[in-house]
Each structure stands twice: as structure tokens, then as C-alpha cells.
Design a protein around this ligand. Structure first.
Ligand code: ADP
Ligand code: MG
Length: 141
């Protein structure tokens, strides 16, 4: 995955960016979506899931309460916002999901760095205006 910085000016552009990033992903990857509330993590996830042809954007929502959503053909979307301790996260059994030939998108995973795989893609999203976002993609390891 190429490291680079993108700028989007609307929700639709962020979804389109997610679709194009999806085509660059390897068959197995853990992708941390990092940014404040409202930065666009779930919006980018919609685009990635769409690009992977696993679901339509309207069917992708924040797994804030369910914690883990699984979309067709090995695509997971995880939101750790409501969990407070590493012990709670450990109970989800993420290691097992990380071993699958799957794309795993995680919101708030950076809060539990010791439980995330060393090799991962980090996407940092930042508001630069009401509808503008800076989106930085980096391969970590
Ligand atoms: P998060 O998951 O980071 O909390 P969401 O994706 O749920 O964020 O929400 C992002 C909000 O910001 C949505 O209401 C969306 O319409 C709005 N928005 C405005 N401009 C953009 C943009 N360029 N990219 C993504 N979302 C945007
Ligand atoms: Mg979200």
C-alpha cells in the first residue's frame, strides 16, 4: 500500500477514495481508521466495503454497539469506542480474526496498540473544515 496524503471535500469524495483504496489492499490486511468523532472513519469504511464489493454504503454503519460487523466475503468492521480496557478487547477474540484471509477495518484500535498486529495499515483522518478532510495512508511495520 502506497503511503500518501489525500484531501476530500465531501462525504461522497471520501466514499470514492475508500473505493479506490480498496483496490490497493492486499487479500489480508488490518486497517486502523484513526481520527476524532466525525472525522470520517465510518464514511471511509463505507467506501472500502463498497470497493471490496462486500456491501453497499447504506448497509455499512458504525459497529458502535455490536462492536464487530462482518460483511460478505471476509470483510470485518470493528469499533472499539465503547471498550475501556485491554481485557475487554481481548475477550473479542481479535487474534483469530486477524489470522483469517480477510480485510479488517478497525475504528479506535489505536487505543489498544498492544492488541493490534505489528503489520498494519494506518489511515489517519482529520477535519480541515466543515466538509474537508485530510486523509493520510501509511503502511506500518
Ligand atoms: P467517524 O466514524 O470518524 O466518527 P463518520 O464517518 O461517522 O465519522 O461521520 C463523518 C461526518 O462528517 C458525516 O456526517 C459526514 O457527512 C461528514 N462529512 C463532511 N465532509 C466529509 C468528508 N469530506 N469526508 C467524510 N465525511 C464528511
Ligand atoms: Mg465511526
Amino acid at each position: 500500500m502506497k503511503s500518501r496524503i489525500y484531501h476530500t471535500q465531501s462525504e461522497e469524495q471520501t466514499i470514492a477514495l475508500g473505493e479506490s483504496l480498496a483496490s490497493e489492499l492486499p487479500a489480508q490486511a488490518v486497517v486502523l481508521l484513526i481520527g476524532n468523532l466525525g472525522a470520517g472513519k465510518t464514511t471511509l469504511a463505507k467506501g472500502i466495503v463498497k470497493g471490496l464489493k462486500a456491501a453497499q454504503p447504506d448497509d455499512v454503519s458504525s459497529p458502535t454497539f455490536t462492536l464487530i460487523h462482518e460483511y460478505g466475503s471476509g470483510v470485518y468492521h470493528i469499533d472499539l469506542y465503547r471498550l475501556d480496557t485491554p481485557a475487554q478487547v481481548a475477550r473479542l477474540g481479535l487474534e483469530e480474526i486477524f489470522e483469517r484471509p480477510a480485510i479488517v477495518l478497525i475504528e479506535w484500535g489505536e487505543r489498544f496498540p498492544e492488541l493490534m498486529p505489528k503489520e498494519r495499515i494506518e489511515i489517519r483522518l482529520r477535519s480541515t473544515g466543515e466538509d474537508s478532510r485530510e486523509i493520510q495512508v501509511a503502511q506500518v511495520k
